[in-house]
Design a protein around this ligand. Structure first.
Ligand SMILES: *[C@@H]1O[C@H](CO)[C@@H](O)[C@H](O)[C@H]1NC(C)=O
Ligand SMILES: *[C@@H]1O[C@H](CO)[C@@H](O)[C@H](O)[C@H]1NC(C)=O
Ligand SMILES: *[C@@H]1O[C@H](CO)[C@@H](O)[C@H](O)[C@H]1NC(C)=O
Ligand SMILES: *[C@@H]1O[C@H](CO)[C@@H](O)[C@H](O)[C@H]1NC(C)=O
Ligand SMILES: *[C@@H]1O[C@H](CO)[C@@H](O)[C@H](O)[C@H]1NC(C)=O
Ligand SMILES: *[C@@H]1O[C@H](CO)[C@@H](O)[C@H](O)[C@H]1NC(C)=O
Length: 196
C-alpha cells in the first residue's frame, strides 16, 4: 500500500497530469513532450477543422477555435477496439468522423469527413488520450488555400517523423455540453478535467 502510494506520488510529480473525469463530449488538445519550433508555438492548442472540399476537412491545431468530439460505437466496437471518434459539423449539424488516410499516401493525413470514420481511433481508458493502434500522431506546417496551418498526421511506430514536424500527444478534455445533437452510441470517455 505504502509502496503503491509512493510510486504513484513520484510518477505524478515527474509528469504532472490534471485529474480525469468522464464525459461523452470532449475537445482534443495538443500536448508536446519535446522541444521543437512547432511545440513552442502550438502547445495546448485545440483540434479543429480546415475546409478542404465539400464534406471534407483537414484536422489542424488552432488557438482560436475548437471542435467538440465524441467516441461512438456499439459495445462490440469498444471490446474489439473498432469504435470511432466523431464530431458534428455544418448546419444543420451532421455527423462527421475522424479518418486517418490509408497508407498509400506518403504522409498519412487526418481528416474530418461526412459520414465516415476510421475504426480504432479511440479514447484510452487511461490516460485520457486519443490513440490509433500503436502509432504516433505528429504535426507539420502545411500551406493551405486560406493560409498556413499546423496539420495533424499519423504514422506507424516504426516509421520516422518527417523533418520539421513534431510528435504530439492528443489529450481529451471534458466538455459539459455537446452540439445539442443526440448521439445514441456515444460513450462516456475518460477526459481531463479543467480545475478551477
Ligand atoms: C495564435 O497564435 C498566433 C501564432 O503564434 C499568434 O500570433 C496569435 O496572437 C495567437 N492568437 C491568440 C488568440 O492567442
Ligand atoms: C482550447 O479550448 C478551450 C475550451 O474552449 C479554451 O478554454 C482554450 O483557451 C483553448 N486553447 C487554445 C490554445 O485556444
Ligand atoms: C456509430 O457507431 C455505429 C456502430 O458501429 C455506426 O453504425 C455509426 O455509423 C457510428 N457513427 C454515428 C455517427 O452514429
Ligand atoms: C512553421 O511555421 C511557423 C509559423 O509560420 C514558423 O515559425 C516555423 O519556422 C515553421 N516551421 C517549419 C519547420 O517550417
Ligand atoms: C451548456 O449549455 C447550456 C445551454 O446552451 C448553457 O446554459 C450552459 O452554460 C452550458 N454549460 C457549459 C458548462 O458550457
Ligand atoms: C455518463 O456518466 C454519467 C455519470 O455517471 C451518467 O449520468 C450518464 O448517463 C453517462 N452517459 C453516457 C452516454 O453513458
Amino acid at each position: 500500500m505504502h509502496f503503491v502510494y509512493c510510486l504513484m506520488f513520484s510518477l505524478t510529480a515527474a509528469h504532472y497530469l490534471p485529474p480525469t473525469s468522464t464525459s461523452p463530449n470532449f475537445r482534443i488538445a495538443a500536448a508536446f513532450n519535446s522541444d521543437s519550433p512547432l511545440s513552442a508555438i502550438a502547445q495546448g492548442w485545440n483540434l479543429t477543422t480546415y475546409h478542404v472540399d465539400p464534406g471534407n476537412n483537414y484536422v489542424v491545431l488552432s488557438n482560436t477555435s475548437s471542435r467538440t468530439f465524441y467516441n461512438n460505437g456499439t459495445a462490440d466496437d469498444f471490446t474489439s477496439h473498432t469504435s470511432q471518434v466523431w464530431t458534428d459539423g455544418g448546419t444543420p449539424p451532421w455527423p462527421q468522423g475522424v479518418s486517418v488516410a490509408p497508407d498509400k499516401e506518403a504522409r498519412r493525413g487526418v481528416y474530418v469527413t461526412n459520414g465516415r470514420a476510421t475504426p480504432g481511433v479511440e479514447v484510452a481508458e487511461w490516460p485520457a488520450t486519443v490513440y490509433f493502434g500503436t502509432g504516433t500522431w505528429y504535426v507539420c506546417n502545411l500551406t493551405l488555400t486560406y493560409g498556413p496551418a499546423i496539420a495533424l498526421y499519423w504514422r506507424e511506430k516504426v516509421d520516422n517523423t518527417p523533418e520539421g514536424c513534431a510528435n504530439v500527444e492528443l489529450q481529451a478534455w471534458c466538455l459539459e455540453n455537446g452540439s445539442g445533437v443526440e448521439h445514441p452510441l456515444a460513450r462516456n470517455s475518460t477526459c481531463y478535467q479543467t480545475t478551477v
